[in-house]
Design a binder for this molecule. Structure first.
Ligand code: PYC
Length: 435
């Protein structure tokens, strides 16, 4: 793809669109209820053009970040992002908003650390508050085997300059006094991997920030636009069939989760992905009492407290493949029991909501990124339970791939061909919870 001069940053992003300070609560409500002058839409809607230089399938974090970096870093603005639902309605709005880079493989650590660096500067870059709270991340070890994996991860992390160390139960208690670190529980806490730069981010804000900034660069964001086919000829992509008409294009990027294999099927690209739901839940808000994100692989649970005071919980993926995004009673019962083993003081808290997101699991728990056997058809898929953390770096690197025509070093290990060569990037040991 021909690289153009990247345009300077979006002009309108420099000034806030909404003057929030100075409004009373009642005025804010009034503003919200009427069609308000000064409250412009964050992004526009457009007629679907019959040609775009690049078509991105999936209007979640990865698709929007790819569009944003194509426009902002490479001057490629003739881009359409298509989503069959609404922006951020899939995994981007269903994850538990955790960011960290304490992975197990050198390839994974380098990749997720770049993402964390991008996240650290993202609010300033997009002029949008993504509420990144770097409150630290604790992965508890309840057995000698998991303590050994934590030590292994800490060493790999440190060699690559990532702040990560194994700490003992007294230090854990100082960081999270609500945790039971005594030897009373069924699985006593023996230690933890502590990763100070990890934390939580307002996930919807990341989606909205990238969407608004892409729109300002001239990218077209098409919601309610389903891809029903992809045209190819002589081994190359030639167009995309959508529920709103056909688009000719030579470059398509599959940035979907849950539907990634169905999109790949449209061009005959086979990927070793199994889709499974990952369930999560949120409680009523309470006063702040839990600072770090706490993860227990043995108890299959992770928990953090949001800025609003709610506790957000997640678990491991359900042990069967399906496309349902509803929560189950079985999950909430198991989760509640496990949470109470960690923090018995929470027995009176009420759960408000539960839901599920779809995770595309690969055999080695690493993503599949890069070109495929069909010229012009690229994939950014197979994120399993790691997609939210990787959004910025995935977008940055996919944009670089499209602009340069070859996979950048950071994503080379994650190519589809690794399943033929056998050079897998085994990242299961860095999963938040066992699968
Ligand atoms: O890997 O940190 C993680 C994670 C959290 C939720 C799902 N995966």
């Amino acid at each position: 793809m021909t690289r153009r001069q990247a345009r300077p940053g979006p002009t309108r992003a420099d000034k806030p669109r909404t003057r929030v300070s100075g409004y009373s609560a009642a005025a804010l409500v009034r503003q919200g209820l009427r069609s308000t002058p000064g409250w412009e839409r964050a992004w526009g809607s457009h007629d679907l053009r019959d040609r775009y230089e690049v078509v991105i399938i999936g209007g979640g974090l990865h698709g929007l970040a790819t569009a944003y970096y194509l426009a902002s870093r490479h001057g490629i603005t003739d881009v359409a992002v298509l989503d069959k639902g609404y922006l951020g309605g899939g995994g981007s709005g269903r994850n538990t908003a955790i960011a960290r880079s304490n992975y197990l493989t050198p390839e994974g650590v380098a990749f997720y650390d770049r993402s964390l660096n991008l996240y650290e500067n993202l609010a300033a870059e997009l002029n949008f508050n993504i509420m990144f709270s770097q409150r630290g991340h604790l992965t508890l070890a309840h057995s000698d085997a998991s303590l050994r994996t934590m030590r292994w991860r800490a060493e790999v992390n440190k060699v690559q300059g990532v702040d990560s160390e194994v700490i003992d139960p007294d230090d854990i208690k100082n960081l999270a006094p609500a945790l039971d670190v005594s030897d009373e529980p069924r699985y006593p806490v023996l230690g933890a991997l502590y990763h100070p730069p990890g934390g939580i981010i307002r996930h919807d804000a990341v989606v909205w920030g990238y969407a608004r900034a892409s729109d300002l660069y001239g990218v077209h964001l098409h919601q309610g636009t389903e891809v029903v086919g992809i045209d190819t000829g002589h081994g190359k992509v030639t167009g995309v069939q959508t529920s709103r008409g056909r688009i000719s294009t030579g470059t398509v990027v599959n940035c979907t989760a849950g539907w990634s294999t169905l999109i790949n099927d449209m061009v005959g690209v086979r990927t070793p992905i199994v889709t499974a739901p990952l369930q999560a839940a949120v409680t009523e808000p309470v006063k702040p009492f839990l600072d770090p994100v706490v993860v227990s692989g043995t108890l299959h649970v992770y928990v953090s407290q949001t800025a609003r005071g709610e506790l957000v919980f997640g678990a491991s993926v359900d042990p069967f493949a399906q496309y349902s995004m509803r929560g189950s009673l079985d999950f909430i019962e198991g989760l509640a029991g496990h949470v109470l083993e960690l923090m018995p003081g929470l027995s009176k808290m009420r759960v408000l909501r539960q839901w599920a997101g779809l995770c595309d699991m690969t055999p080695d728990y690493s993503p599949i990124m890069g070109p495929t056997g069909v010229e012009g058809f690229h994939v950014d898929i197979g994120w399993g339970t790691y997609g939210f953390k990787a959004g910025p770096v995935a977008g940055e690197q996919m944009a670089l791939l499209i602009a340069d025509g070859k996979p950048p070093a950071l994503i080379e290990p994650f190519g589809l061909d690794r399943f033929l060569s056998g050079e897998l990037v085994g990242e299961k040991g860095a999963a938040s919870v066992g699968h």
